[in-house]
Design a binder for this molecule. Structure first.
Ligand SMILES: NC(=O)c1ccc[n+]([C@@H]2O[C@H](COP(=O)([O-])OP(=O)(O)OC[C@H]3O[C@@H](n4cnc5c(N)ncnc54)[C@H](OP(=O)(O)O)[C@@H]3O)[C@@H](O)[C@H]2O)c1
Length: 299
């Protein structure tokens, strides 16, 4: 079984590659920057997935059984200013993939809690999206496009994603731990609530989709409980033996952020846990699993 991963050099792409290879899948990955993974079951093709000709060439070379799109323009504030690129990346790549996969190759798309407004959590898979920023708008457009397509599709919505990997941009947890290790004080918001998600757990969810085939529906694949970022940071400091007194609680009004974000985007996950056949981790379990990964595993 061969998995084609778009965005293989990213946090989720790397974690999915590692898990899939460990379970004897073949992986064919693409991204714009070079990515290497030391396994005879891994192949890489460097290209921009916005370029449909290049994407078609990569798919023709790979002949995959399933496609997973982990690529995205994930800088939420940059999406407000660079709208054309946000549409081309977050919607255009999905349209290209859908056309190339047709009804022959299942297409798994990763989406986000930012499709919701944050006013009526907890959100189930059938809650009505109402994105507040342009990033969420583009991710919602991609969801809607797939729902109307003739593809065999799956949308996995996730949130507060973090994980182990090589040359990754800083995520919330890696930034927090680095700051605390450097004895730098940090201000963390108490009024943004969500389900922190370890990338290797989302990778497990993707493989569960491939194995159990709950296609043509949206699933919430994240940690299993919502928590505010301040409380989550205190747990992280405790687990990693770092100084909690460096963390001060603040409200979002103290930060100027370009894009509007949902305040509370907590997911209900019980439907998806049943569909995917495993229990997701709570925030403390998520951090303990991450600690184990960074202390014992290379990627
Ligand atoms: N991070 C979060 O907190 C979060 C929350 C909710 C949902 N999500 C969703 O989860 C998914 C994975 O996120 P992540 O954190 O793993 O993202 P990431 O680390 O930013 O990785 C994104 C990957 O996509 C690749 N990419 C971007 N544009 C591309 C293009 N035009 N052609 C080919 N590859 C391209 C990037 O590599 P190159 O730049 O080298 O091409 C990178 O490998 C995304 O769909 C995101 O929207 C993330």
């Amino acid at each position: 079984m061969k998995i084609f991963i778009v965005g293989v050099s990213g946090c989720l792409g790397q974690n999915l590659t590692k898990l899939a290879i460990s379970k004897d899948y073949e992986v064919f990955g693409i991204s714009r920057s070079l990515y290497e993974y030391n396994s005879p079951n891994f192949s890489f093709y460097q290209c921009d997935a916005k370029n449909k000709t290049e994407l078609a060439k990569a798919l023709k070379l790979a002949k995959p059984d399933v496609v997973v799109n982990t690529s995205a323009k994930t800088n939420v504030d940059a999406c407000e200013d660079e709208r054309e690129d946000a549409i081309e990346t977050n919607v255009g790549i999905v349209k290209n993939l859908a056309e190339l996969c047709g009804s022959a190759i299942p297409l798994i798309q990763i989406s986000t809690d930012y499709v919701f407004d944050g006013d009526s959590a907890p959100y189930t898979e059938s809650s009505k999206p109402n994105p507040q920023g342009f990033y969420g708008e583009t991710k919602h457009q991609a969801e809607e496009f797939l729902q109307k397509s003739n593809c065999i599709w799956s949308v996995l919505r996730t949130q507060i994603l973090f994980g182990n990997g090589k040359n990754l941009k800083a995520d919330f947890v890696s930034w927090l731990l680095k700051s605390l290790k450097n004895n730098s004080p940090v201000k963390i918001v108490t009024d943004q609530i969500g389900n922190p998600t370890l990338a290797s757990q989302l990778a497990k969810g993707i493989l569960a989709v491939i194995e159990r085939k709950p296609y043509n529906e949206i699933l919430h694949c994240s940690g299993r409980e919502g928590i505010n970022r301040y409380e989550f940071s205190l747990i992280a400091a405790e687990i990693f033996g770092l100084d909690k007194s460096l963390i001060s609680p603040v409200t979002s009004s103290e930060f100027k952020q370009k894009a509007k974000r949902p305040a509370n985007s907590t997911f209900k996950t019980n439907y998806s846990e049943k569909a995917l056949g495993f229990e997701f981790l709570n925030p403390k379990e998520t951090l303990l699993a991450y600690q184990k990964e960074i202390e014992t595993e290379s990627i």
